[in-house]
Design a protein around this ligand. Structure first.
Ligand SMILES: [Zn+2]
Length: 68
């Protein structure tokens, strides 16, 4: 797998976390979008998604399926 970068704006850190989320207005219930986060941005991005009730789970990037 190539190196994955944090999804936070302007951040170039290597991602360590994958935030799996779903917007019920746009996505079917079993669909998952993925945001990648470095350690520093994990909480920030989790809070953003949690505030909108979009966050479903956070996993290590090592545990991500290859097709995402
Ligand atoms: Zn970051």
């Amino acid at each position: 797998m190539s190196e994955l970068m944090c999804s936070a704006k302007g951040c170039r850190e290597v991602a360590e976390w994958a935030l799996r989320w779903n917007n019920p207005k746009l996505h079917t219930a079993d669909r998952r979008k993925t945001w990648l986060a470095c350690d520093a941005h994990r909480t920030h991005l989790e809070n953003f998604l949690s505030a909108r009730s979009f966050l479903r789970e956070t996993v290590s990037v090592a545990d991500l399926p290859d097709d995402t």
